[in-house]
Design a protein around this ligand. Structure first.
Ligand SMILES: [Zn+2]
Length: 233
């Protein structure tokens, strides 16, 4: 299993690469780059959310708690007096940082269902829904938020799997196959619950067609530019 520092630096590198590609395809602008790199880094920390109460996990829950505070401030901004709003934001911080984190510790096993490709989809759809319905981002940006979380998540799973191969004498460590899995093969209930939630979230997400159309158009025009460059007439 790769350590926290390795995950952090690789997800930051993947974030920079993915953001660079998205800028080239004109899906995002330079000003949004730090946000999308940040999302890949958060995605890269998420699979170990079910690890024991280690420092990185505490840091992750602090980050999620801060994000939840911003969501509360943004969503309820117009509806409550500022002192009530601040109290609710503080409440959501405490709830996520201590309540949700304690629940996770209590009910999850490390490298269980949260360390799987199914969980990558679960978090991607969740972030897309929050961005679209609560933060009122447009469809394309809401989906991009979800996609960038998924990129970080998958990079983490890949890295853990690579670490389970002992490259020096090319044999598999015991952990081989536990990092990059579709779902938790040993816990049917947890996997079924995660699948139901993921399908429910997908049903709630706005149609991804605008992002797919935009990406297709960007890929085609970039392809044309590259071809023109390679075969000048
Ligand atoms: Zn991991």
């Amino acid at each position: 299993m790769a350590n926290f520092k390795t995950h952090l630096s690789l997800s930051a590198t993947a974030g920079i690469a993915a953001t660079g590609i998205a800028i080239t395809l004109q899906l995002i602008t330079y000003t949004h780059a730090p946000w999308f790199i940040f999302l890949v880094v958060v995605g890269g920390m998420l699979p170990d959310i079910d690890a024991n109460n280690s420092k990185p996990v505490q840091l992750l829950f602090s980050l999620l708690a801060i994000l939840s505070m911003f969501v509360v401030l943004h969503v309820l901004n117009q509806q409550y007096a500022s002192h009530l709003l601040l109290m609710m934001a503080a409440g959501s911080y405490v709830l996520v940082r201590y309540g949700v984190s304690a629940l996770f510790n209590r009910f999850t096993e490390h490298r269980g269902v949260f360390h799987s490709l199914l969980a990558a989809l679960f978090f991607a759809f969740q972030v897309t829904c929050i961005s679209f319905y609560f933060l009122h981002w447009n469809v394309v940006d809401a989906w991009l938020n979800g996609v960038f979380i998924a990129i970080g998540f998958i990079v983490h799973l890949l890295l853990d799997e690579i670490y389970s191969v002992d490259l020096s004498n090319s044999r598999m460590k015991k952990s081989f196959g536990t990092a990059m899995k579709l779902w938790n093969y040993h816990n049917f209930m947890a996997s079924a619950l995660m699948l139901t939630c993921t399908m429910g979230l997908y049903w709630l997400t706005p149609s991804p067609l605008p992002l797919i159309k935009m990406s297709k158009a960007a890929l085609l025009s970039n392809h044309a530019i590259v071809r023109r460059y390679l075969n000048p007439v």
